[in-house]
Design a protein around this ligand. Structure first.
Ligand code: FPP
Length: 248
């Protein structure tokens, strides 16, 4: 059954306590699946499955409150160092998600973009991701970036190499030119980056794009990151004054 996500009215958004400029782009570091599972004496893979459900809820809620782009950190370049069984479980979940949920995402006008180096992925996985991107490329609703085999430093290296391969000279290597070659090109930088599970670091996520982002850290473990927890993070963001280096 395909669910059509609700779109909240301005009054409904205000009733949630969200008064202020809505972030256009939210970055989300989904941390704490393992700890969530451990607390319940469950295998780590059960934590990732619960995390996948929380991620689906975050996509729906982002759509409902009018966030324009959501970027989630699903698998980092460092995550290959985890035990093979866990890597396999994560990719099994990712394939399941891209296979089963694509109809619903498409029906909700979501545009899927996978960011990261897809070269290292199994051809079947890569094909699934490319099909999802191709199928939703003309959608005009929420842009949902899923970072897979993603690392912020590698992304910057990739952008600079593309520039050089395109014949750029030293003076052509500008901030604008690098931005235009990132995986998130033509999207606004994230206004806020939320990290769950209490850790306060960026872990190589959207390094370039995060230059002026606000950071919001919540102790909530990702599988428990529900609409209330998401709303609290956006409220915290809205309470901050963003100066972009200027004196206001
Ligand atoms: C961190 O938790 C989370 C990840 C490494 C992966 C994020 C994946 C999901 C939310 C589920 C699958 C996603 C998709 C797109 C289907 P952790 O294992 O580092 O937790 P811990 O720090 O408590 O051990």
């Amino acid at each position: 059954m395909i669910k059509i996500y609700p779109r909240f009215s301005e009054e409904e958004i205000r009733a949630l306590g969200l008064e202020g400029a809505m972030p256009k782009h939210v970055g989300l570091i989904m941390d704490g699946n393992g700890r969530w599972a451990k607390k319940r004496l469950l295998p780590r893979s059960a934590g990732h499955r619960a995390g996948m459900e929380a991620m689906k809820a975050a996509v729906r809620f982002s759509h409902s409150i009018g966030v324009e782009a959501l970027t989630v950190y699903a698998f980092s370049t460092e995550n290959w160092k985890r035990p093979q069984t866990e890597v396999d479980a994560l990719f099994a979940l990712l394939s399941e998600y891209f296979y089963k949920d694509i109809d619903e995402l498409d029906a909700n006008n979501v545009r899927m973009i996978v960011i990261g180096d897809l070269g290292r992925l199994a051809p079947r996985m890569r094909g699934l991701l490319e099909t999802a991107m191709e199928r939703t490329k003309d959608n005009t609703g929420l842009v949902f970036n899923v970072a897979i085999n993603y690392g912020g430093r590698a992304e910057i290296v990739h952008a600079v190499r593309e520039l050089i391969e395109g014949g750029a000279k030293a003076e052509d290597v500008t901030e604008e030119a690098i931005s235009a070659h990132l995986y998130t090109r033509s999207q606004p930088d994230p206004d806020v980056i939320i990290r769950t599970a209490g850790e306060q670091r960026l872990s190589n996520f959207l390094l370039w794009q995060a230059a002026y982002s606000e950071f919001v850290f919540t102790p909530v473990l990702f599988p428990d990151f529900d609409e209330k927890a998401y709303t609290d993070c956006i409220k915290e963001f809205m309470g901050r004054t963003r100066r972009f280096g200027k004196v206001l």
